[in-house]
Design a protein around this ligand. Structure first.
Ligand code: ATP
Length: 304
């Protein structure tokens, strides 16, 4: 559905996107995750042919993004925070304006989406709140049943109730759609994304399926025998694996985030590394904690 190959985008001397490559498989819900300024919006703007790449290519539905025609646009839904809409028109009027552009527009679906998102049809677009505008943007993107739905930070600034309404509207229609969704943090796309790509300062740090990501992260607490040979300083050893992040000790408890966790060998591996292990507790982590751990490590240049 999307194939990005060695994409670079410069604004003046600033490289907003650097040598970025990834593919979005058909039927997936692919999350682009990164802190402010990571290059998410720039990548999406290249895909939507709003800005041109400096180098490299981006293909959407098999077509170079610079050559996207109305044929492809008729199969792509695009939802973004900063989308221009005709402010003077009402919700109903704008939807009526859009209908003829899309041969596949389903008016029954349009009605049910409006109801579900609780959008007032007679309200002028300029009078919509931020959350309502985002829902309006979604209501414009779904009724033609797009093959590809691109959502640029759809949840930013939404209160939890509106976020849930938005999410329900989205998931009910998701069906066979492929979704590309950008977000500041992993926790926001919990329950939506099947794949994730993590961007930092325009670079791709990693890309994998959500289930693999969740499976390989554990928050580990190791209680050591008090009469062991280690002292506190020896424990914070440079020899610890690079896949351990946020390593710290409090008393005789060593804690860290294991980013390459695998069942079975935990105790053995730890004994080999730190000796007198009394107990090991390895807990799965919430997406939000995985994100903050990764974001901090990326900032400190400590990502394995
Ligand atoms: P955010 O989450 O804050 O929206 P983002 O990951 O979407 O961030 P981008 O908006 O793609 O990031 O911006 C990436 C970098 O490119 C930033 O440093 C930004 O300042 C810069 N940038 C983006 N658009 C322009 C532009 N039109 N002119 C100059 N610099 C730009």
């Amino acid at each position: 559905m999307i194939r990005i190959n060695k994409l670079c985008k410069k604004f003046g001397h600033h490289e907003a996107v650097r040598d970025l490559s990834f593919s979005v498989p058909e039927g997936s819900a692919f999350a682009l995750i990164g802190a402010n300024g990571a290059g998410k919006t720039t990548t999406i703007k290249v895909l939507m042919n709003i800005v041109e790449p400096t180098r490299g290519t981006a293909e959407v539905l098999g077509v170079d993004s610079r050559k996207i025609s109305p044929r492809e646009l008729g199969q792509i839904g695009y939802v973004s925070e900063n989308q221009d809409m005709p402010e003077k028109l009402t919700v109903e009027e704008f939807l009526a304006y859009l209908r003829p552009f899309y041969p596949t527009w389903d008016t029954e679906l349009e009605k049910s989406i409006l109801n579900q998102l609780r959008l007032p049809p007679e309200r002028k677009i300029c009078d919509l709140s931020h959350g309502m505008r985002m829902k309006m943007s979604l209501a414009c993107a779904l009724p033609f049943r797009p093959k590809l739905l691109v959502l640029d930070e759809p949840f930013s600034g939404l209160d939890p109730l509106v976020r849930d309404e938005f999410m329900e509207g989205l998931l009910q229609q998701a069906g066979e759609m492929t979704i590309l969704i950008s977000s500041h943090e992993l926790g926001e796309i919990d329950g939506v994304a099947t794949h994730v790509a993590f961007l930092d300062e325009g670079r791709l740090l990693f890309e994998e399926s959500m289930s693999d990501l969740v499976a390989r992260f554990r928050e580990v607490h190791v209680t050591l025998e008090r009469n062991g040979t280690q002292n506190r300083n020896e424990l914070v050893a440079p020899a610890f694996p690079k896949c351990w992040l946020r390593v710290r000790t409090v008393g005789n408890v060593l804690s860290f985030v294991d980013t390459q966790f695998s069942e079975g060998d935990v105790g053995e591996r730890l004994r080999a590394l730190v000796g007198n292990v009394r107990t090991v507790d390895a807990q799965p982590m919430a997406l939000r904690s995985i994100f903050t751990t990764l974001a901090r490590a990326a900032r400190e240049g400590a990502l394995p």
